[in-house]
Design a protein around this ligand. Structure first.
Ligand SMILES: Cc1cc2nc3c(=O)[nH]c(=O)nc-3n(C[C@H](O)[C@H](O)[C@H](O)COP(=O)(O)O)c2cc1C
Length: 324
């Protein structure tokens, strides 16, 4: 049940496939006190996946399902076959995840074509069946949540979908306040989150388009939720959680200019991780993605992005980072 008297809102780090992997989670959770993170989705198709499939997207499973700074990591599953989802959840449980999360929000055509992600929002009965099957496998053994969008084309079945998730046994729902067809286009329709929250008894967490403290406060006013999940905004400003908590506690705000010196060692650490763990052709793209988002708030990141934009050689990129 949502408790409006909770003094400290839940602040969660969103799953973002291809962007927010374990390396970036480690860096971001090193400076921000998230309540928990969710991994990129693990796609369940045919068989029961081997351990390594879970460990590849959630290497934190090897360290008590926590990031290096101790933030719990829930593993997200995506699929539509209740039995296979339950069998995979059972396999995952053997790795002791901090939680299992279900994906009812992915808009990617290749995923939706195979009846996965947001397309299920047209079939609340199937959402119920998947949630109930996974719920039976995990209930009482780990935390269990789900993440949904408002619908496929329109939000007319959003409440049914949320109620199906609750009836299936999930303990909490994150609502990304857009339909599948709205993809990632602003705005997010936060007032819909309030409507959904009125129709279920489990906690509802708001998500979508929170880039600044002011966005957080507007989202809270429109959705009635203090609990939020941060996605791109958390990557664009790794100190957003700190800024939100400071505003809520009434402590003075730091400026982006104040925070750039704290970001520099984080960029260095991230670059060390990606160059150590990824093929040389993949490492530069990862850093560029992050700089691209950071440049919204940090002019120094914009300059660095321009410097590395055309570079492919990790050595040359490392030199730019060192000389910044
Ligand atoms: C590149 C990218 C990948 C994403 N991958 C996932 C995913 O694997 N699972 C999921 O539930 N949501 C995924 N999302 C959606 C985000 O978790 C979040 O709901 C969305 O970005 C809206 O929040 P934001 O406006 O704060 O970014 C992804 C979003 C982006 C931009």
């Amino acid at each position: 049940m949502h408790d409006p008297a909770r003094r400290h809102p839940r602040l969660l780090l969103a799953p973002m496939e291809g962007l927010l992997d374990a390396r970036l989670r480690a860096v971001l959770t090193g400076v921000a006190a998230y309540d928990w993170c969710v991994t990129e989705f693990v796609r369940v198709t045919q068989e029961v996946l081997p351990r390594r499939s879970f460990l590849r997207l959630a290497p934190e499973l090897a360290t008590d399902s926590r990031t290096a700074s101790g933030v719990p990591v829930r593993v997200q599953l995506l699929g539509s076959d209740p039995e296979r989802m339950a069998a995979n959840a059972a396999r995952l449980l053997a790795l002791a995840p901090a939680g299992v999360d279900l994906n009812f929000g992915c808009p990617a055509p290749q995923v939706n074509r195979h009846r996965g992600g947001a397309v299920l929002l047209d079939e609340p009965e199937l959402i119920y069946a998947v949630t109930a099957a996974v719920g039976d496998a995990v209930r009482g053994r780990t935390r269990f949540s789900a993440k949904m969008r408002l619908g496929v084309r329109d939000p007319s079945r959003a409440i049914e979908a949320a109620q199906a998730i609750e009836a299936g046994g999930a303990e909490l729902i994150v609502v990304h306040a857009r339909t599948r067809d709205q993809r990632y286009r602003p705005p997010a329709h936060w007032t819909w989150i309030a409507r959904i929250a009125e129709a279920v008894t489990i906690p509802v967490v708001a998500n979508g388009e929170i880039w600044t403290v002011e966005d957080y406060l507007r989202c809270r006013a429109e959705s009635g939720r203090g609990d939020v999940m941060l996605g791109r905004g958390a990557v664009a400003d790794p100190f957003l959680v700190e800024r939100i908590r400071a505003r809520l506690d009434g402590t003075p705000a730091r400026t982006y200019a104040d925070d750039w010196p704290r970001l520099v060692p984080m960029l260095d650490a991230y670059w060390r991780h990606v160059t150590r763990e990824l093929a040389p052709r993949h490492a530069p793209g990862r850093l560029k993605q992050w700089l691209h988002l950071l440049q919204q708030h940090y002019p120094q990141a914009a300059r660095l992005f321009e410097d590395v934009r055309e570079l492919r050689d990790p050595g040359a990129i490392g030199a730019c980072l060192a000389n910044r």
